[in-house]
Ligand binder design. Sequence first.
Ligand code: ATP
Length: 211
Amino acid sequence: MIGVFGGTFDPVHIGHLRVALEIQQVLGLEQVRFIPCAIPPHRAAAQATAAQRAAMLQAAITHQAGFMLDSREVDRAGVSYTVDTLQSLRQEFPQSRLCLMLGLDAFSAFDTWYRYQDVLALAHIVVMQRPGSSLGQLQAHPAVYNLYQQHRADEPQGLRQHRAGLIWLQTVTPLAVSSTLIRKLQAQGQDIRYLVVDPVRAYIHQHKLYC
Ligand code: ATP
């Protein structure tokens, strides 16, 4: 099974890395592919360039077996639609199960995504419960809540038995870190040590990012 972890990663921080590791271990993923987006469809543009965000990711994940940088969205340019990314992964890995990893915050707007039904036809979705989020909050989004009820997996092993279309909710260690926080601290001249891994901190300093 392949974990597909997309995001802006502006910059990658310990929250991303820790949840990726936990999901990798719980589900026994052979790979976790970190996919920085070129132009995100649902939010403001990134501050760092795509090349810088990719370089920080590469520096952050080098030493974890199975973690890899996947630059297909950056290479494709234009708006990054997940459905296109999954289609291209499906062509490259026709036999593998794809598990799209999403924070609960991102998942609660899933019904607004471009061709979201096709997303579920191509991959499983692993929803990561991050700090401040609970399943209860999904009830404010009835369409997504219904989708979750219809597609939810009873156990993580179910993801191996089916090719796509299941939703698994995984509780992860709450780490209240966000890229927004890192950018804010950096702009204020505060130290971001221990919120990002050291090579990322060094890169941010060297390239004077987020000042
Ligand atoms: P920003 O603060 O700029 O919005 P972010 O920290 O949310 O950024 P993204 O690159 O937008 O980071 O996130 C990519 C994915 O990682 C999203 O699915 C998001 O929900 C998830 N994620 C981000 N931070 C955490 C965290 N601390 N714990 C669990 N999941 C997280």
